[in-house]
Ligand binder design. Structure first.
Ligand SMILES: *[C@@H]1O[C@H](CO)[C@@H](O)[C@H](O)[C@H]1NC(C)=O
Ligand SMILES: *[C@@H]1O[C@H](CO)[C@@H](O)[C@H](O)[C@H]1NC(C)=O
Ligand SMILES: *[C@@H]1O[C@H](CO)[C@@H](O)[C@H](O)[C@H]1NC(C)=O
Ligand SMILES: *[C@@H]1O[C@H](CO)[C@@H](O)[C@H](O)[C@H]1NC(C)=O
Ligand SMILES: *[C@@H]1O[C@H](CO)[C@@H](O)[C@H](O)[C@H]1NC(C)=O
Ligand SMILES: *[C@@H]1O[C@H](CO)[C@@H](O)[C@H](O)[C@H]1NC(C)=O
Ligand SMILES: *[C@@H]1O[C@H](CO)[C@@H](O)[C@H](O)[C@H]1NC(C)=O
Length: 396
């Protein structure tokens, strides 16, 4: 039997080879001159680039150029076109970059959040105010990382008492960490730092950096978190990162992860993936981005409400993020980093960042097969978790 199978395989391979041979020789005979004359392309292999009029795109062109040793080697003599020579390189990236006030055409008419973003766009390092160096001493199977804001005490507590309870669940270790910046007086936040001291000492699950915790600085939080994973939690097998107003079905996530192995586990990045999107040009929308800042579409990206990825992807994202200019919308930025890695996040129906139909919201069984639902209040989180933890919950 084995011999016959071997023979069959050999014959098949030979047939395939013959077919390829015929294909190649047919192509060759069509082009009789090919063997005698080398083919010289009439146009340059790559087009000479022109500077993009949009600030982010231009910054990215400079980075792409400077990270390309082939292109850079041609300009050792210092005859680089001015538009590719970032003369601010070498100066302190965390000092406000006043150059943007003239480089961005309509800088003066942009809303303040854009001015703040542009001035500090090159800065990626901020001091750590609170850290939990021992939180991953035993590398967790799943790290739950929740973007939170100083005043959201009740949301964090509800998460600890429900889907984010650290410890062992379904025989897997789960660690939970909250990611905070500074709720600053500039944004009229009350000073809650002493209450935060208490909370942090009590729960030991808060990581905080000294930067202004604003919507456009969530990308700063993202790159700081990617750095943090590598120094504090590089042993985590999987990472969930999401907002503090979502319900996460941790049971379902562990169940899903249990079934993964090999490249499917190594390259995992799932969430509520948005494709073919682009910047909003309506000034009244939260996600508005002016043309002077960005042109082009967005790569596929997973909505920032929550997504799940492997520790291996986290390491690759950390590396590649250094080569992607900061973009003011954090989930789009992560999509840009994925694209640079040659990967795309995968859509999973269990991630409902746009909620579920109203008629199902109070039905315990509606949550059983889902991984994430947005938005949910602290009370709803605790209620849904208690539904899912009931031994007698039976659903079809
Ligand atoms: C072969 O070369 C001749 C002269 O250089 C040219 O006219 C002809 O189009 C070429 N044929 C092919 C198939 O490229
Ligand atoms: C390198 O420089 C030469 C001379 O300036 C130019 O002709 C050539 O196109 C450049 N090559 C690249 C890859 O830019
Ligand atoms: C970039 O510009 C600076 C200042 O104008 C100049 O000193 C430097 O030689 C330029 N670098 C390259 C590679 O052209
Ligand atoms: C629990 O997990 C450990 C290691 O992950 C494994 O060795 C053990 O067999 C598991 N126990 C059960 C009951 O599944
Ligand atoms: C963050 O808050 C502390 C006080 O808790 C303050 O000293 C510091 O200047 C703030 N940082 C920023 C960037 O606003
Ligand atoms: C981001 O944080 C830095 C440091 O606190 C701050 O200077 C900057 O204005 C913030 N940017 C935005 C868009 O809020
Ligand atoms: C990240 O970069 C470092 C340093 O270049 C390298 O040693 C490491 O293998 C890279 N990690 C991944 C996952 O690509």
């Amino acid at each position: 039997m084995a011999l016959r199978r071997k023979l069959k395989i050999t014959v098949t391979v030979m047939m395939v080879n013959l077919f390829i041979f015929i294909l190649i020789s047919r192509n060759g005979s069509q082009d009789k001159n090919a063997s005698r004359k080398p083919r010289v392309p009439s146009k340059p292999f790559w087009a000479r680039q022109t500077p993009s009029p949009a600030y982010w795109n231009h910054q990215q062109q400079i980075r792409d150029f400077q990270n390309n040793p082939v292109l850079m080697s041609n300009y050792s003599g210092g005859d680089m076109p001015d538009w590719l020579n970032d003369t601010s390189l070498g100066s302190d990236p965390c000092r406000p970059n006043l150059r943007v006030t003239t480089q961005v055409k309509d800088y003066n008419s942009l809303p303040d959040r854009f001015k703040d973003f542009l001035l500090y766009m090159r800065c990626r390092s901020y001091p750590v105010k609170r850290d939990q160096p021992g939180i991953c001493e035993e590398p967790p199977f799943l790290l739950l990382a929740v973007k939170s804001l100083e005043p959201h005490f009740d949301r964090r507590q509800a998460i600890r008492q429900s889907w984010g309870r650290a410890g062992v669940l379904a025989n897997r270790t789960v660690a939970t960490v909250f990611l905070l910046g500074n709720a600053t007086a500039v944004d009229h936040h009350p000073d809650l730092s002493r209450m935060l001291n208490y909370e942090s000492a009590h729960h030991k699950d808060i990581v905080q950096w000294d930067f202004r915790d604003s919507f456009f600085n969530l990308t700063v939080k993202e790159v700081l978190f990617l750095e943090w994973i590598q120094t504090r939690c590089s042993g985590a097998r999987f990472i969930f990162k999401g907002d503090d107003d979502v319900f996460v079905n941790t049971h379902r996530i562990l169940d899903f992860l249990k079934g993964l192995s090999g490249p499917k586990a190594r390259d995992l990045f799932v969430g509520d993936v948005i494709t073919n999107a682009g910047p909003h040009r309506d000034k009244r929308v939260k996600y508005f981005i002016p043309e002077s800042m960005y042109v082009g579409g967005y790569p596929p990206y997973a909505g920032g409400g929550g997504y799940l990825y492997s520790g291996d992807i986290a390491a690759r994202l950390h590396n590649v993020s250094k080569h992607v200019a900061l973009y003011p919308i954090d989930d789009v930025y992560t999509g840009m980093c994925m694209r640079k890695l040659g990967l795309a996040p995968e859509k999973h129906k269990g991630f409902r960042t746009f909620n579920i139909e109203e008629k199902y919201r109070s039905n315990p069984c509606a949550y059983k097969s889902l991984m994430l639902v947005h938005p949910r209040t602290p009370q709803e989180m605790i209620q849904i978790w208690s539904w899912l933890s009931r031994a007698d919950l039976s659903c079809q």
